[in-house]
Design a protein around this ligand. Sequence first.
Ligand code: SAH
Length: 218
Amino acid sequence: MHSRLGGIGMTSQRTRVRMIERLRKDGIKDEVVLSAMGEIPRHIFVDEALASRAYEDMSLPLGFGQTISSPFLVARMCELARAGKKLNKVLEIGGGCGYQTAILSRLATEVYSVERVASLLYKARGHLRELRVGNAKLKHADGHFGYTTAAPFDAIILAAAATHVPDELKEQVMLGGRMVLPKGSETQHLCVIERTVDGFVETILNEVKFVPLVPGVV
Ligand code: SAH
């Protein structure tokens, strides 16, 4: 394996195995998610100066005022999106550096990801190419409008907090599918919205802290 992908010391496979053990201890139960997180090297997604901290359970700066979500939150959101089932099509809003996109590429047949900051999108494309991820399509756009040409999705994950869930996004969830998102502004909660025959059913989970969903592109 290419040495950067393989990693050494704090970026080695052994460090990643310890991260998985910690995620399991912290309550992540979905073995498919855990194995995807064991496979994808997180250190290649962050600046070299931060690589030794890539497997700690913390969010890290990505530049442009954005952060890569902590391993626990990535795992939790993927677990909630999967709900124990293989995903066919999944949409990620706020792809950032592409780490969660790479994890999702192991959980779904097709991954679509939207990012508003062009420079982050280019970085993400580079990382996914390095990992030879071939089933993810990335678009530079405002995620408030989803990804209409690929809709409907089994699951939509937002990596940025919304105070109110855009109707355009809800419309792109298929019947029986779900959205997983941080909801709120000052105080945010992880939230699952399922689309059922009777409409949208919202479940509020624990308190979280994400960057806000911002309109427009840069
Ligand atoms: N999952 C990402 C986390 C990135 S943080 C990762 O693994 O790196 C949240 C991201 O949401 C940021 O990159 C931010 O630029 C993006 N974002 C915020 N508002 C957005 C919007 N309206 N449309 C698309 N992306 C948005």
